[in-house]
Design a binder for this molecule. Structure first.
Ligand code: SF4
Length: 255
């Protein structure tokens, strides 16, 4: 067995652990996997499929990809792989980057704006077709970076949740890659020959300077504290409210 294969197995095991720890998947779930065509979403899709084969419960999976139009160059590569592995999928056509270009206001990050639009499209598709969960490919590094971004720049202790009820009350978001490091999704995609595609979006090179700064900070800290990311992730599950600021009156933003 090569070390490459063990990376995939390790990821699948970690996804299984996350499913158990946070009760992410239940019997008869119908799960849409948001497949952008990047390394993370491919790894998520194949991990959920591998686990479904051996799970004592039944759940249904369908990949869903939002692309500008049917002639989008990378779709063929994705469709070929999905077809050859017999994976059900749906391509939804919407030119999100054009919408973002048109309506982006100063100071708004295009990718945050884009992900809100994307989320809305996924929610309405899931609701109209009876899918009760939407799986997103956020990994451990995303969880940790988001936590620090909120801590440093928003003055709040707020991160991502592996399982989150959407504001509309109809959809449930799950993030089964919570324990998976980003570098390992790249390895899994490589070893499984998954067709990682480049969406070609014009905003791709837009730098989110705060996130980049946090990434670099974590990279530097890791040189001295290799377990720092795992430690920050663990802290999100060990919150001692008694030792935080418990205001007698609610603060202005209601917390
Ligand atoms: S790079 Fe483009 S497609 Fe990707 S999240 Fe940003 S705006 Fe959206």
């Amino acid at each position: 067995m090569t070390s490459k294969i063990s990376t995939s197995k390790r990821i699948i095991k970690l996804v299984g652990k996350a499913i158990g720890d946070f009760s992410l998947v239940e019997d008869n779930d119908r799960i849409l996997v948001a497949l952008s065509g990047g390394k993370d979403s491919w790894s998520l899709l194949y991990s959920l499929l591998a686990l479904e084969k051996r799970a004592p419960i039944h759940y249904e999976i369908r990949a869903v990809t939002i692309a500008p139009d049917p002639n989008t160059a990378y779709l063929k590569k994705m469709a070929d792989r999905l077809d050859s592995d017999g994976i059900p999928y749906k391509f939804i056509f919407c030119d999100i980057s054009s919408i973002v270009s048109k309506h982006l206001t100063k100071g708004t990050n295009p990718c945050s704006f884009c992900s809100r639009i994307r989320r809305g499209i996924l929610y309405s598709f899931a609701s109209s077709e009876g899918w009760n969960k939407i799986a997103l490919g956020h990994h451990l590094d995303d969880f940790v970076e988001t936590q620090l971004l909120n801590l440093f720049f928003n003055g709040s202790i707020k991160g991502m949740s592996p399982k989150l009820a959407a504001d509309d009350g109809k959809n449930m978001i799950i993030r089964p890659l919570v324990y998976v490091r980003e570098e390992n999704t790249a390895r899994m995609a490589e070893e499984m020959g998954l067709p990682v595609v480049d969406c070609g979006c014009i905003f791709q090179r837009t730098v989110d300077s705060k996130r980049l700064w946090v990434k670099q900070l974590l990279t530097n800290i890791e040189k001295e504290v290799p377990s720092v990311k795992n430690s920050i992730l663990s802290s999100m599950g060990r919150v001692y409210n008694r030792h935080l600021l418990n205001f007698v009156k609610k603060t202005e933003d209601g917390h």
